[in-house]
Design a protein around this ligand. Structure first.
Ligand SMILES: [Zn+2]
Length: 115
């Protein structure tokens, strides 16, 4: 790998880790304008997260994505969610959770209305 390619790859990695353009330029000894051009297509303002399955960083497109790819989301679901408990029991659990939530919200409403 040529030095330039290595620098570029490192710039992306540092960016994903949350470093600023200035910090990356200093660390790699590359002009800031070059760093900026390299990472421009990644979008400076984009949020990165780590895949909950494989740990690799990915760019969040909005929403509460937790996986780098759909395949990993499905794999995670198969590994950790499916087969954990029978579906019916999970639904019953969810119903209890929602009922508790409704109870709390009702109580909050009553308190508000009484005020
Ligand atoms: Zn992944």
């Amino acid at each position: 790998m040529r030095q330039r390619d290595r620098n570029r790859a490192n710039a992306h990695r540092l960016r994903v880790d949350g470093h600023s353009i200035r910090q990356i330029a200093k660390q790699l000894q590359v002009p800031r304008s070059t760093i900026a051009a390299w990472i421009r297509d990644e979008g400076e303002w984009h949020e990165y997260r780590n895949c909950q399955l494989c740990g690799s960083a990915f760019r969040v497109n909005g929403g509460n994505h937790r996986f780098c790819t759909r395949q990993h989301a499905e794999k995670y679901a198969r590994m950790y969610l499916a087969g954990r408990k029978p579906k019916q029991e999970r639904y019953r659990e969810r119903i209890r959770e929602l009922e508790a939530e409704v109870y709390v919200l009702r109580a909050a409403l009553e308190i508000r209305d009484a005020a």
